[in-house]
Write a protein of this length. Structure first.
Ligand SMILES: [Zn+2]
Ligand SMILES: [Zn+2]
Length: 359
C-alpha cells in the first residue's frame, strides 16, 4: 500500500510560482460570485500613484496578473502598467480588478527595450529591426492612443543584460513620449539612473518634451523596495482615460515619500504647473512656489531647483511641511524642475518640468 501525505498551510502568503497562482485562481473563482471589494475606477480628480513597469508570468515574471493586482493594491498603488516582454496576453487575465491596470507591453530588442503604454496586441518589431527606424510604427502607436516610453536607457548591457541599454541606431528622440528616468530601486541603480537623468536633461535642453516616469520592473513580489519610485499623475478621474490624459500633459512627479507641489506664478497672477508652458515677455519676473510634505521620512531633505539642467537654487530642511517662494527673471526660453535628495544624496523625489517661452 502507498501512503500519501498532504500538508496544507493556511497561513501561507504569496509564494512564487505555480502554487500561488492556483491559490489565487481559486480565490478568483469565488470573487465572481461576490461583489468587488474595491472599485478600481474613481470619478473625482486627484493625484494617482502608479508603477509604469511590471512583469507577470505571461513573460518572465513569477505571478499572475490577479496576484499583482492584489499585492500592489496592498502597497497603496492606484494603478500600474502591465508590461510583459513582447506580449499583452496578461490583459486577458484581468477578470476582476482590485487596482487599475493599464495595458502595455515591453518590446525587448537587441538595441534596447521600449514600453508601449495603453497598448493591447502585437507589434511588428522584426521589420523595425531590419529597417532600424521607428517611423513606421510611431504612426500606429499614436493612432492607437498609446505612448512610447524608453525603458531603463542606461541599464547595464552585455554580457549581463544583452540588449538592455538603449542604443537604437538612428533613433529619433522626438518619437519618444516618455523616458523611464527612475528604474528600479534608486539606491541600487543610482549610477545608472543619474546617467539617465543627464540624458533626459539633454533632451529637454534640445527642446524635446519627454515625460519622466518611474518603473520598478518587478518580476517577483517581494520585496517591493522603499525606494522604488512611485509616479503620481494628476488626473480628472482614476480611469485609464484619465491617467493617460494627465500623463500626456506631463502633470507628473515621481517620489518614494515626499509629496510635491510645484507651480510658477507671474506678476500678473498667472499660475502654471507641471508639464505646462508659460509664454511671457522677456525680462518678466516670476515666482517659483514650492510646497513639500515630508511626513514619512522625518529626515533632512535637500531641495534643488534645476533650471536648464543646472542647479539654480537649493535648500535643506528637516520640516514636515516645507514652503519655499523663490524668484527669477526670465531672459530666454527655459525649463525648471525640482529634485529632492536624502542625507545619502539619493534622489527621493523629482518633478517633470515647467516650461517658459520668452518673447
Ligand atoms: Zn527591460
Ligand atoms: Zn522589464
Amino acid at each position: 500500500m502507498v501512503k500519501l501525505s498532504i500538508e496544507v498551510n493556511l497561513n501561507q502568503k504569496f509564494t512564487p510560482g505555480i502554487k500561488a497562482t492556483e491559490k489565487y485562481r481559486a480565490e478568483l473563482r469565488d470573487f465572481h460570485k461576490k461583489e468587488p471589494l474595491f472599485k478600481e475606477e474613481r470619478e473625482s480628480p486627484g493625484w494617482f500613484g502608479g508603477d509604469f513597469h511590471i512583469h507577470s508570468h505571461h513573460s518572465d515574471g513569477d505571478h499572475s496578473v490577479y496576484e499583482l493586482m492584489t499585492y500592489l493594491h496592498g502597497k497603496g498603488l492606484d494603478f500600474f502598467v502591465l508590461t510583459d516582454h513582447n506580449t499583452t496576453l496578461g490583459w486577458k487575465e484581468k477578470y476582476f480588478s482590485k487596482t487599475l491596470v493599464i495595458p502595455g507591453i515591453e518590446i525587448s530588442t537587441f538595441f534596447g527595450h521600449f514600453v508601449l503604454i495603453n497598448w493591447i496586441g502585437d507589434i511588428n518589431w522584426f521589420s523595425l529591426e531590419r529597417k532600424s527606424t521607428f517611423e513606421d510604427i510611431a504612426v500606429e502607436i499614436k493612432r492607437k492612443g498609446a505612448l512610447l516610453s524608453v525603458a531603463h536607457p542606461e541599464c547595464i548591457s552585455d554580457p549581463i543584460c544583452t540588449g538592455c541599454r538603449w542604443n537604437y541606431p538612428n533613433f529619433c528622440w522626438g518619437i519618444a513620449d516618455i523616458m523611464e528616468v527612475w528604474a528600479g530601486s534608486w539606491s541600487e541603480r543610482r549610477a545608472e539612473n543619474i546617467k539617465t537623468l543627464k540624458r533626459w536633461e539633454n533632451l529637454l535642453n534640445q527642446g524635446l518634451k519627454v515625460i519622466a516616469v518611474s518603473g520598478s520592473d518587478i518580476h517577483q513580489l517581494e520585496p517591493y523596495k522603499k525606494d522604488y519610485g512611485r509616479t503620481y499623475v494628476w488626473a480628472k478621474s482614476k480611469t485609464r482615460e484619465g491617467i493617460m490624459e494627465g500623463l500626456k500633459k506631463g502633470k507628473v512627479y515621481i517620489t518614494c515619500g515626499p509629496k510635491i507641489n510645484f507651480q510658477l506664478m507671474t506678476d500678473k497672477d498667472v499660475f502654471v504647473s507641471l508639464g505646462e508652458e508659460l509664454e511671457v515677455d522677456c525680462n518678466t519676473s516670476i515666482e517659483l512656489l514650492i510646497n513639500i510634505e515630508n511626513k514619512k521620512n522625518k529626515k533632512k531633505l535637500h531641495i534643488e531647483l534645476i533650471k536648464n539642467g543646472l542647479v539654480y537654487n537649493s535648500y535643506d530642511s528637516f520640516l514636515e511641511h516645507i514652503e519655499l517662494d523663490w524668484s527669477d527673471k526670465v531672459t530666454k526660453n527655459c525649463w525648471y524642475y525640482l529634485r529632492l535628495l536624502d542625507e545619502k544624496k539619493c534622489i527621493v523625489g523629482l518633478t517633470n518640468p515647467i516650461f517658459i517661452i520668452c518673447h
